[in-house]
Design a protein around this ligand. Structure first.
Ligand code: NAP
Length: 562
């Protein structure tokens, strides 16, 4: 079992009471050990007394760490004074479970090393299970070239009770090396990749036998980049459920720090009792990064990679990757050249696009058309493999839909609507991209024969189209997007309650388009409708069963303000 350690920095004597309260909260949240980071406190004249009190009153066994400035910490004094302090702490009657000492500092002098060993007294460790030495190494810049040699030295050192190495991950591929080192470890070992690309190395440490996982205390900045809180580890990632057989999923994109998908899929896995864990895999925008990261993740068999959500800017890369690997594509992905879901089944790859059936399903519901996607949702089948029923096809045939935008989302939505039988006009700032969608879809007859009804339109013609529905697939109105205050729908478009206006942007939920369309009398569907559906469809592909009814909707409602 991997122990969650909550790291609590204490800088001054006046903070001790608050730190002890914080520790109680961390333990209530599920921390099994507390790390007292006392770099600055140790320099105070009453520092030793305060640290001994923290150790004595710690609600669970604890680690004492005094990190020097050269090691990324706050202690500015001499090494010898630091060692004397740790010696006093380590040999106290009620000592900590561990003291943490940097490998470099230990090796600077044989004398220092001797004193540290005295402080942790290896004999006493064995006899009383009392204070042990965590020998650690941190590189806050990159992966050091001598990483493995350093770790091997810790493994060979009989005085080292726990080996710990942490480095700033350069890419998600560093996590794979971390997993391999955890697997090989002959003694309790902690391997951490710091920073955003390293989150998987923390979350998945129980799968690979990591000894401890460091968390940041709630409300604190954390003591290293990429640390999660105890509730994030346990509730968002299901840390306690992760074991050797857990199958791994995740989201690949750039940026993805604010992705809701880990919260949704992990809650879904927990709710249906599926042994899976879903983590963020940030991969920079270029094809080469995507290809190298996915190849490495698939090649590292112990990862048990079973599926991925793939988001901006990699949806087209996914189709290219799966084609080059000889895998298969669903109907929408093959037609529009973009996919948002990767499935790994017995080593073979399959890419699917759940954006299109999700958008079509959300629109169909608002237009009261029976949707093929909902059948798929209920059955756990691949949504786009389910043909629209004749009744739905008839209904779509009589409807005109304006798709605003010609990026990846617009392309998928136009493809989904074309397959459903709808008549679509694509409008875009850059006209040539709208024309390319028309051209590409026209080249591919519908599965049962016949042409798609997708054309491109000129922006000046939006108001003349007598559309039954408008779908915004531009990034206008999106928080942090090109123009968060703008709406893509011109003022002269007449709206009433027979017209549906659907946004794909879901942050914020009430975009300028949603607000305007509602005030002008249209029936409005906000971007969360498509988001929830595409996630439910992905879940059913990942877990082979339907997402728990209402769960994703309630989590999205909680996370995205109404
Ligand atoms: P994309 O490929 O980057 O396309 C962006 C689109 O927005 C292009 O058509 C672009 O026009 C247009 N655009 C950007 N800035 C504009 C401006 N200032 N004025 C007018 N048009 C502008 O992005 P995407 O993948 O298609 O995503 C588009 C939106 O869909 C995003 O907001 C995304 O959040 C949303 N989406 C939502 C879901 C969901 O589940 N709800 C799923 C997927 C996507 P040009 O071609 O002229 O540049």
């Amino acid at each position: 079992m991997t122990l969650i350690v909550s790291a609590i920095p204490v800088e001054a004597p006046g903070e001790v009471d608050e730190a002890l309260h914080m520790a109680a909260d961390e333990v209530a949240a599920g921390a099994r050990l507390i790390e007292w980071r006392v770099d600055a406190l140790a320099e105070d004249p009453s520092g030793l007394a305060c640290i001994l009190r923290l150790v004595r009153q710690s609600p669970v066994p604890c680690i004492v760490t005094i990190r020097g400035a050269a090691e990324g910490g706050g202690w500015r004094g001499e090494d010898t004074d630091r060692v004397s302090m740790l010696e006093a702490i380590g040999t106290a009657t009620e000592g900590p479970r561990y003291i943490d000492f940097e490998q470099d500092c230990l090796q600077r002098s044989a004398n220092l090393r001797q004193k540290v060993l005295l402080a942790v007294d290896h004999e006493r460790q064995v006899r009383d299970l009392k204070t042990g030495l965590i020998e650690s190494f941190h590189d806050f810049q990159t992966r050091p070239t001598d990483l493995v040699r350093r770790l091997s030295r810790m493994w060979e050192d009989p005085a080292c009770a726990v080996a710990k190495v942490a480095w700033r991950a350069r890419s998600v591929r560093d996590c794979l090396e971390a997993f391999e080192l955890m697997r090989q470890a002959p003694k309790p070992t902690v391997v951490i990749c710091m920073g955003g690309p390293g989150i998987a190395s923390r979350v998945l440490s129980p799968k690979f036998g990591g000894f401890m996982c460091y968390a940041k205390a709630q409300g604190d900045m954390g003591t290293a980049p990429g640390q999660l809180t105890v509730p994030q580890l346990r509730q968002q990632y299901g840390f306690d459920r992760i074991g050797a057989a857990t199958r791994v999923f995740g989201v690949v994109g750039w940026p993805i720090e604010h992705s809701l998908s880990p919260r949704l899929h992990n809650a879904g896995f927990a709710s249906v009792g599926f042994d899976g864990c879903y983590v963020p895999w940030p991969v920079p925008p270029e094809w080469e990064h995507f290809k190298a990261s996915l190849s490495a993740m698939l090649d590292f068999k112990p990862l048990d990679l079973a599926g991925l959500s793939v988001t901006l800017p990699h949806k087209e890369h996914l189709v290219r990757f799966v084609r080059e690997a000889g895998g298969t594509l669903d109907e929408v992905a093959a037609r529009c050249g973009a996919a948002n879901t990767l499935l790994v089944r017995q080593g073979s790859l399959h890419a699917a696009n759940t954006d299109a059936p999700a958008a079509v399903g959300a629109l169909a519901e608002a237009l009261s058309i029976p949707a093929s996607a909902s059948e798929a949702l209920a059955s756990g089948m691949e949504p786009s493999a389910v043909p629209a029923g004749p009744e739905a096809r008839e209904a779509w045939k009589g409807l005109r839909v304006a798709v605003l935008g010609a990026g990846g989302a617009a392309r998928a939505i136009a493809t989904g609507l074309a397959l459903a039988g709808g008549r679509v006009v694509v409008f875009n700032r850059t006209q040539s991209r709208a024309e390319a969608i028309e051209r590409d879809l026209h080249r591919q007859p519908l599965p049962g024969g016949g042409q798609t009804h997708v054309v491109s339109g000129r922006a000046s013609e939006i108001a003349c189209g007598c559309f039954h529905a408008f779908v915004n697939a531009t990034s206008l109105g999106m928080e942090g997007g090109p123009d968060a205050a703008a709406s893509p729908l011109p003022d002269d478009v007449s709206l009433d309650d027979r017209v549906v206006v659907m946004d794909t942007v879901y942050r914020p939920r009430r975009t300028p388009l949603v607000r305007e369309a509602a005030s002008r009398g249209a029936r409005v569907v906000d971007g969360t409708a498509m988001f929830v559906r595409q996630a439910q469809m992905q879940f059913s592909l990942f877990a082979g069963r339907a997402a728990p009814p209402g769960l994703f909707r309630s989590l999205v409602d909680e996370a995205v303000a109404p």
